[in-house]
Design a binder for this molecule. Structure first.
Ligand SMILES: *Cc1c(COP(=O)(O)O)cnc(C)c1O
Length: 341
């Protein structure tokens, strides 16, 4: 098997992040939970609040630049970190960002539509459009393609970052690299816990650590779909990723682990377990998590410990994927920090 650097070097890449991101031991939580707990700080990928999408975008923006694009189009939830980070990357490389905001989370209050990533994307000069559905990947992709067609007709060169399956998962390459980077920092671990949404992070990370020779379980904590649906999605993402890299997938299907005990009350909603996990990390370690992904991932770690899947004394790695701007859009949903004047 060729070296990971060699495998990745054939893909165009636009530098966006400061790497390696820090790997830190969580001393107080390690003691409280009786595990040897480490955190990979991909919330610190830099460049306007960073997060996991910065790694993914290095490859998408690399492809966009190679295609001489002058606009980047992306679709996602209203509070999408991917959209905000795409707006950041587009600004950095002198392209127009077009963000399509899907109604994925019913019943949210006005802060959700104005603050956090929405607010930042507006400052960054992104064009915004909305899509009335949240569970219609094909329809959302078609609406974005229609906007791209208008731009082409106006003489522009749009590049679409696709979210649905069936496209080469360029973003997952960022986490092949991220997994390899972590392996060189940590050596080994007994279990890793990562969020599993589109699957680019989970699938890329699993591929990266396996290529680096680590065989320990990697638990994908479901943030959007139930465990068996998410596992099926990961089967496809990791097969497409191996094909993209032109290697055999370096693990068997049984190696794809998904856990949905922290998913309730559903995508983009923060229930009591999410809220508790968020506050526990903040109070014990001074590290902020986000309500949609990283707090659920930490809640997943706590759940896996409680059920004995992860055991006392083990060396455990938690991947912090960022997403912090969403905190400001979820203030009312979380119920922290109200002051009565
Ligand atoms: C998008 C996102 C995830 C999920 O990553 P996928 O690659 O889509 O699975 C996790 N954490 C944060 C903060 C995100 O923005």
């Amino acid at each position: 098997m060729p070296r990971i650097d060699t495998l990745l070097s054939s893909f165009p890449r636009a530098p966006l992040l400061s790497q390696p991101t820090p790997l830190e031991r969580l001393d107080r939580l390690s003691e409280e939970l009786d595990v040897d707990l480490w955190i990979k700080r991909d919330d610190l990928t830099g460049l306007s609040f960073g997060g996991n999408k910065t790694r993914q975008l290095e490859f998408y923006v690399g492809a966009a630049r190679a295609a001489e694009a002058d606009a980047i189009l992306i679709t996602g939830a209203v509070q999408s970190n991917f959209a905000r980070t795409a707006a950041v990357a587009a600004a950095k490389y002198g392209m127009q960002a077009v963000l399509q905001r899907e109604e994925r989370v019913p019943g949210m209050d006005p802060l959700y539509y104005s603050n956090g990533n929405v607010f930042l994307s507006d400052i960054l000069g992104a064009e915004a459009m909305s899509y009335p559905e949240g569970e219609d990947e094909a329809g959302a992709d078609a609406a974005l393609e229609a906007r791209a067609e208008e731009l082409r007709a106006a003489g522009r060169r749009p590049y679409i970052i696709p979210l649905g399956l069936g496209h080469p998962p360029l973003g997952a390459l960022g986490y092949v690299q991220g997994g390899a980077e972590l392996a060189s920092q940590i050596g080994g671990f007994d279990a890793a816990v990562v969020p599993s949404g589109s699957g680019a992070t989970h699938g890329g990370f699993l591929t990266g650590v396996r290529l680096a020779g680590i065989t320990a379980p990697v638990y994908g904590i479901c943030v959007r779909r139930v465990a068996d649906q998410q596992k099926a999605r990961l089967e496809q993402v990791t097969a497409e990723l191996a094909k993209l890299m032109n290697i055999p997938r370096p693990f068997a299907g049984a190696d794809i682990l998904t856990w949905d005990g922290a998913l309730a009350p559903g995508y983009g909603r923060a229930g009591p377990a999410t809220r508790e996990a968020l506050q526990r990390m903040a109070a014990a370690e001074g590290i902020l998590l986000d309500p949609v992904y990283s707090a659920k991932t930490f809640a997943g770690l706590l759940g896996l410990l409680a059920e004995g899947t992860i055991r006392k004394g083990q060396k455990v790695l938690l991947l912090h994927t960022g997403g912090l701007p969403a905190l400001f859009a979820y203030q009312n949903e979380l119920g922290f920090g109200s002051v009565t004047p």
